[in-house]
Design a protein around this ligand. Structure first.
Ligand code: SF4
Length: 222
């Protein structure tokens, strides 16, 4: 019964290939300001912010980095203090021991291999300690050369509800989205879903009656 209801809903909204552009257009019109919530001024600050954002909120990271970035301006600054001091300075972001260790390892490589700069290449980013695919994706996208599509909890939930993927695993979801979303939209697309997820398509109570993509969504309740 449930299965036929789902396939009926899918049939009604049409194939995902036909829906993806109108979905992006409507969400872009609704959230013209959709952008990353982390605050940073330089590629180094961007990288550090994203590394600190694992397992915590962007608001919390911004609170910590406001002071942190006054004290730590260059990669060398992260190595000039004892690890315990850095741990204290990032304590409020959680997992502070692993994060301090990853930050210091990363800074060492930036200094030794990249002249103190954050590398452009996605593969080079992935080789930095504590930088997984999601972090590398966010950093690349913000620097104007997205190599993939960031999949966080909102992107995962909304992609599933919008019938863009049937997968659960973030890597497989990303693969599905990369086949579907035009490359020019890879950087913007996750922000649109994240903003929509926070404002309308809530995990427990999606406000389908207020949703600008409800006619395009097989999970719409209205
Ligand atoms: S129609 Fe409902 S379930 Fe679908 S995207 Fe909008 S709020 Fe989410």
């Amino acid at each position: 019964m449930a299965r036929s209801y789902v396939s009926e809903a899918r049939r009604k909204v049409g194939p995902k290939r036909d829906r993806i552009r109108p979905v992006i257009e409507r969400l872009s019109a609704e959230y013209a300001d959709a952008r990353i919530a982390l605050l940073f001024r330089t590629p180094l600050e961007l990288l550090v912010s994203v590394m600190l954002s694992a397992q915590t909120t962007d608001v919390n990271v911004n609170r910590v980095t406001e002071k942190l970035f006054q004290k730590y301006r260059r990669p060398e600054d992260y190595l000039a203090v004892p690890q315990e001091e850095l741990e204290e300075d990032i304590f409020q972001t959680g997992f502070f021991r692993q994060k301090a260790k990853a930050l210091r390892g990363t800074m060492r490589i930036l200094i030794e291999d990249y002249g103190g700069e954050v590398p452009d290449s996605f593969e080079a980013l992935l080789r930095l300690p504590g930088v997984a695919r999601k972090t590398a994706n966010v950093v690349s996208a913000e620097r104007g050369h997205a190599q993939g599509i960031v999949v966080d909890t909102h992107v995962r939930r909304l992609s599933q509800r919008l019938g863009l993927t049937k997968e659960e695993d973030p890597v497989k979801i990303e693969r599905d989205l990369m086949k579907l979303v035009p490359r020019a939209d890879w950087a913007r697309f996750p922000h649109l879903l994240i903003w929509h997820g926070r404002r309308v398509c809530d995990a427990r109570r999606p406000a389908c009656e207020d949703c600008v993509v409800r006619e395009l969504c097989p999970s719409s309740r209205v």
